[in-house]
Design a protein around this ligand. Sequence first.
Ligand code: NAD
Length: 472
Amino acid sequence: MNGAWTGSSETFDLVNPASGDVIGHVPRASKEHVDAAVEVARKAFDAPIWRDMEQTKRGKILLQIAALMREHFEEISKLETLNQGKPIRESKGDVAWAIRAFEYWGGAADKIQGETIPVTANRVTYTLREPLGVTAHIIPWNYPLALAVRSLAPALAAGNTVVAKPAELTPLTLLRVAEFAQKSGLPDGVFNVVTGSGAVAGRALVSNSHVDGITFTGSTDTGAHIMEDAAKNVTPVLLELGGKNPNIVFPDADLKRAVQMAKYAIFTNAGQMCWAGSRLFLHEEIYEKFLEELKKQTESLRIGPGLEEKTELGPMVSKEQQERVMGYIRSGTEEGAKLIIGGQPPDDLALRNGFFLKPTIFTDVKPTMKIAREEIFGPVLTVFRFSTVEDVIRMANETQFGLYAGVWTNDLKLAHRVVREIQAGVVAVNDYLVAYPQTPFGGYKDSGIGYESGLQAVNHYTRIKSVTMNTS
Ligand code: NAD
């Protein structure tokens, strides 16, 4: 914080999920540390070098951060895999996404503007788009860098000063990028990162009355707690929460691609994704054939440490997460769902110290079962059979969540109908897991409030001042 490293007498261990080995320690921030970081950010905002910097220049600094990240692309990608566990190919995709997000917002910085509004002949009315002030960013562990940058880049482009708290399990890549930010010419105090627990550091950050805006990405329960804490200071919140997403396949679709993508939609990042295609709906005409092919392809997924290039399915992020997911698998079996593949850690002795789990598929799942209702956040797919479009839309919408949905069909009318009727903030037609820095992303229902990404995201990091000038 404030352009320097600050330690703490207390630290916590970071673990390589592929081996269980401790790979380092980071400070465990106390409430006092967090308050100090917010104070530093407040002073930097009030200074006001960053806020008043020419917008084009602000954008160039963000572009410079992206350039440094590009130079260190391999290193950051490896660090992400070492700390989070995901296959290196996926980390490279995430880091490339984060670079593009900085570039997108670097270019957008001087396009953040107000408007003029015609009222009467002798009055000029216009709006100014002003930064909020100090923004707080609470980050989850599943995409540690990409999701941090998703909210930090627009906040910075708009002229805010920021305090970010990465998840306790996965702070390393964001800390590295903080170094690049400093080297890129960001004034001290503009970009601050605090490492610590959600209960202490996270709570201290969202409860601080000098914070002017909160962006939280994480579970729905935590999001609700944060909203309560934020309410005490009337601080606006942007919440990106959980999902239990339907992936719907109609018989006329390109089934070869749909099978590959159904696998990819749930087993990428070991299923630890808000937008995982965790509920697969197959039309009865193709059900058996599709499932057989999916099972075959899933069985051949290469499980291993993420740093090995050939790995397709890495470990879960922690022992705790692995046990949590095993609990869901037990509950699925107990409630009568049919486990057709997976359900336990791999037999390979070389993997026994890591937090691995075989890719798992359940059929005969009833909508009332826990595995059909709750976000499992692991490599566990639940499969449903449907016969009519009305049925599948009803079943797909029968959830508290509404983040993402996949629809597979070549029938344009049908695709449009499902797109209109599905309760999800983001829909992919004949695709899955697609999101760009320029496309809005957010959820319906308990999946969140507000949308990240796309130019509209800047609305969350700015406020409008409406000015009327009498010229008579
Ligand atoms: P989590 O809710 O446990 O933690 C997220 C972050 O919140 C961590 O940094 C944690 O330290 C912090 N935190 C915890 N309690 C807090 C509190 N009381 N006050 C302030 N901060 C607190 O989530 P997770 O397990 O890290 O991530 C998984 C969840 O994130 C899943 O539910 C997933 O669906 C969701 N997610 C959503 C999106 C999206 O864009 N909608 C993206 C990724 C992940």
